[in-house]
Design a protein around this ligand. Structure first.
Ligand code: ZN
Length: 266
């Protein structure tokens, strides 16, 4: 042991005492993802986001009139697609959930069937995040059923973080499914200046953690959200933060074989 330590010392000396100019320190690339929820539902802001210049990620609600069309449209414009899976909240109107939500009264087999059908309804999807869900994300059996299908179909998970007691991170980690959590909601207040403020929060989180995830929405607040996001891009350039598709936040050997990120034009 002693010999080993003494062998290490010259190397330690080298690495700690080189002049700063001789060291090659690669600046860590700062990356943020902007996931826009509720595609497939409302149409406000849809065209702005899909045909805009920013590589947002489109989270598409399955089983709606426009689900498949929006997913195909996004793919055509090189926008990454995710499934926006509706899940039962603690509070809220039933109508906010849309068709075929995941509710706590369903069996694991029923949950799996919904997720499998959602994958068929939202082509090109590479990941899943949850719509609402403050109740159902706390239910281990429900979350396990979702994560098992995600694993089978090689989809990653972004926890929308609608409950502090969400089981997604724990269960996804246990099953080896890539998972990350939302940091900032962009449009909980519908004004473009609020969206810009939240984008600054996203930038600050990204500078601290190295990466960050924001969630905004199309629909009633969609136009306002798109304006706020587009107006914030100069600030992101100034801070050298790159906007990437959600899959671009996963790195390392453990995840690179798990899923194949979308390549533009593929
Ligand atoms: Zn939603």
């Amino acid at each position: 042991m002693r010999k080993f330590v003494s062998m290490l010392i010259p190397f330690m000396f080298l690495s700690f005492h080189q002049p700063a100019s001789a060291q090659k320190i690669e600046p860590k690339e700062l990356k943020a993802a902007i996931i826009i929820d509720d595609f497939g539902g409302g149409t406000g802001g849809v065209r702005d986001f899909l045909e805009g210049e920013i590589p947002i990620t489109a989270a598409v609600m399955p089983f709606t009139e426009h689900s498949t069309e929006h997913a195909k449209w996004a793919h055509k414009y090189g926008i990454e697609v995710m499934i926006h899976l509706s899940m039962e909240p603690k509070r809220g109107k039933r109508s906010w959930l849309g068709p075929r939500p995941i509710t706590n009264d369903l069996s694991a087999a029923e949950v799996k069937q919904i997720v499998r059908d959602a994958i068929k309804d939202v082509p090109y999807a590479v990941g899943i995040n949850n719509h609402m869900g403050s109740l159902a994300v706390e239910n281990e059996e429900i979350v396990l059923a979702i994560v098992e299908v995600a694993k089978e179909k090689r989809l990653f998970i972004i926890d929308s973080a609608t409950s502090p007691n969400t089981k997604f991170p724990k269960i996804a980690n246990e099953l080896g499914v890539p998972v990350l959590k939302r940091d900032v909601f962009l449009d909980d207040i519908s004004s473009s200046s609020h969206v810009r403020q939240q984008m600054i929060r996203l930038a600050k989180v990204t500078e601290i953690k190295g990466s960050g995830i924001a969630i905004g929405h199309v629909g009633i607040t969609g136009k306002v959200c798109s304006i706020g996001v587009f107006q914030s891009m100069d600030e992101f350039k100034r801070r050298h933060i790159k906007i990437v598709p959600a899959s671009g936040l996963f790195s390392g050997k453990s995840t690179e074989k798990y899923f194949i990120p979308l390549k533009k034009g593929s």
